[in-house]
Design a protein around this ligand. Structure first.
Ligand code: NAI
Length: 259
């Protein structure tokens, strides 16, 4: 395996067994990358995801661990590097929604901690570990760190304040990371999806169907994982290297302030 290292770019997608992460992984595989997927569990969905990546002609490697468990990060990164070679593109995608959608005044500290531990703390320290490995060698391909935040980084929803705070924190982390890496060849970008049809939104799909029909999203439709995947591949291509730190709204115009 390692003899092949470096021939094709290697992209690592956290939370890649389904949803937006899988769509991003498929877009990179279709663009000629080998792909490492990480997720909290290896189940049928994970196996199906691996098969879909391999069907696109890419090598795939899956590692199961909890992103909130910082002690698992180094082992996972070492395993991926041994299997596919050094990571060129890190896509921070894994995330969870609010544990309970409800009144901000009833938000429980333990639920706040759960969301922050995955979305912000886990992502930040996993990125730190991955970046140290990236800086330890020269890149043979364009290199980038892409972080999937959310329109909720900027648009408030008091019934899921924990989620919004985690994504706003992530947005600030991306800005700081972009500055830290600005004089390297590693571009740092924030992808800010709007309302995307995935397992995360399935429970609230009727609500969003109604809101979209009523004009909430200027584009007039749900976003799909492929909308995010296409943009991720373009951002990681190297063409946007001088645009490091840029926030890319992938929301059909949802975040544009309107009268
Ligand atoms: P999803 O729930 O379908 O996928 C998230 C993936 O992350 C799952 O495979 C899940 O198992 C994994 N994951 C969750 N906690 C983990 C942990 N502790 N360790 C490792 N893996 C973990 O959700 P979706 O919609 O694909 O979301 C992907 C990202 O996009 C998330 O960060 C989410 O916040 C963000 N997003 C989603 C939007 C949407 O409308 N679906 C809108 C804006 C942002």
């Amino acid at each position: 395996m390692t003899a092949e290292a470096g021939k094709r770019p290697v992209t690592l997608v956290t939370g890649g067994r389904r949803g937006i992460g899988l769509a991003i992984a498929e877009a990179f595989a279709a663009a000629g990358h080998d792909v490492a997927l990480t997720d909290i569990v290896r189940d049928d969905a994970a196996d199906a995801a691996i098969a879909r990546i391999e069907a696109l002609g890419a090598r795939a490697h899956f590692v199961a661990f909890d992103l909130a468990d910082l002690s698992a990060h180094e082992t996972a990164l070492a395993e991926i590097e041994a299997a596919l070679g050094p990571v060129d593109i890190l896509v921070n995608n894994a995330g969870i929604g609010a544990v309970v959608r409800g009144d901000l005044l009833e938000l429980l500290p333990e639920n706040f901690d759960t969301v922050l531990a995955v979305n912000l703390r886990g992502t930040l320290f996993f990125t730190q570990a991955a970046v140290k490995r990236m800086l330890a060698r020269r890149g043979l391909h364009p290199r980038a760190i892409l972080t999937v935040s959310s329109v909720s980084a900027a648009l408030a929803s008091p019934e899921r304040t924990d989620y919004c705070v985690s994504k706003a924190g992530l947005a600030m982390f991306v800005q700081n990371l972009a500055l830290r890496l600005a004089d390297t060849d590693i571009g740092v970008f924030e992808l800010r999806p709007g309302i995307i049809r995935t397992d995360m939104t399935v429970k609230v799909s009727e609500k969003y169907d109604r809101l979209i029909a009523d004009g909430l999203v200027p584009a007039g439709r749900w976003g799909e994982g492929a909308d995010i995947g296409r943009a991720a591949v373009a951002l990681a291509s190297g063409a946007f290297g001088f645009a490091t730190g840029t926030v890319v709204n992938l929301d059909g115009g949802l975040a544009i302030p309107r009268l």
